[in-house]
Design a protein around this ligand. Structure first.
Ligand code: SAM
Length: 229
């Protein structure tokens, strides 16, 4: 599906060129606060809620959908929060090229595209390669938060995470439907309204691990040809 590309002009929108020139997220935020990443932020409702609760952390919200990026920027601007920046960029590309070793305190992935057909499942974001890349980017005790309404995706993610000994589980079961105080995103709310449970996995990276930088596999669209600003 093609998407209409419109220019995004917002003080909270960061192009790849802008990031390259600034050299680091600390320079963009103008402080050295810990960094968290929301992948596939949609319209930005989750990131605004979580960033308001944690002013001591900086948040990067990313998405590859242009209209979502635009709406996220407006929402961030309306919130008045200064600890969120938005990028239109693919998650693995950003993590591999710009985030680097132990750069993140938390990663959030809420209701990622489920790719429900069996032949499409290899396109899912959360797989063993993604866990390796996340472990490389997360600091000691850094959090990987994942939720989906899609049963098969939730069960597969929970199995992968609970079997990976480099993570410790924050809950007593591989996934939970009890969201506690976890902020609710637009898609989460949509599924909750339909009476569908959300599968939530919250895991921490164990300490003192040596994680080598994983190779970025070919075969996935890694970057966008045009920048918005
Ligand atoms: C189903 S929507 C969920 C949006 C939001 N997280 C929510 O829960 O309301 C999934 C979003 O992830 C984005 N997305 C999918 N793959 C991505 C990737 N590899 N990197 C960044 N964003 C991605 C899509 O463009 C879409 O906006």
């Amino acid at each position: 599906m093609s998407q209409r590309m419109t220019l995004i002009i917002s003080p909270v929108f960061i192009s790849e060129t802008h990031l390259k020139n600034a050299r680091s997220f600390s320079a963009l935020f103008n402080n050295n606060n810990p960094l968290a990443l929301e992948i596939g932020c949609g319209i930005g409702d989750f990131v605004v809620q979580i960033a308001a609760r944690h002013p001591e952390r900086n948040y990067i919200a990313i998405d590859i959908f242009n209209q979502g990026c635009r709406q996220t920027c407006s929402r961030i601007e309306r919130s008045g929060l200064t600890n969120i920046l938005m990028m239109r960029i693919e998650a693995r590309y950003l993590m591999h090229h710009y985030l680097g070793k132990e750069s993140l305190q938390a990663i959030y992935i809420n209701c990622p595209d489920p790719w429900p057909k069996k032949r499409q499942r290899k396109r899912r974001l959360l797989n063993q390669d993604f866990l390796d890349l996340s472990l490389y980017c997360l600091q000691d005790n850094g959090e990987l938060n994942f939720c989906t309404d899609f049963v098969d995706y939730g069960e597969t993610a929970a199995e992968l995470l609970s079997q990976d000994k480099r993570f410790k589980n924050l809950a007593s079961t591989p996934y939970t439907h009890d969201l506690g105080s976890y902020p609710i995103s637009k898609y989460m709310q949509r599924f909750l309204d339909l009476g569908q449970p959300i599968y939530l996995c919250r895991y921490h990276k164990k300490t003192a691990l040596q994680i080598a930088q994983p190779n970025l596999r070919k075969g996935f669209r890694l970057r966008w040809p045009k920048e918005s600003s």
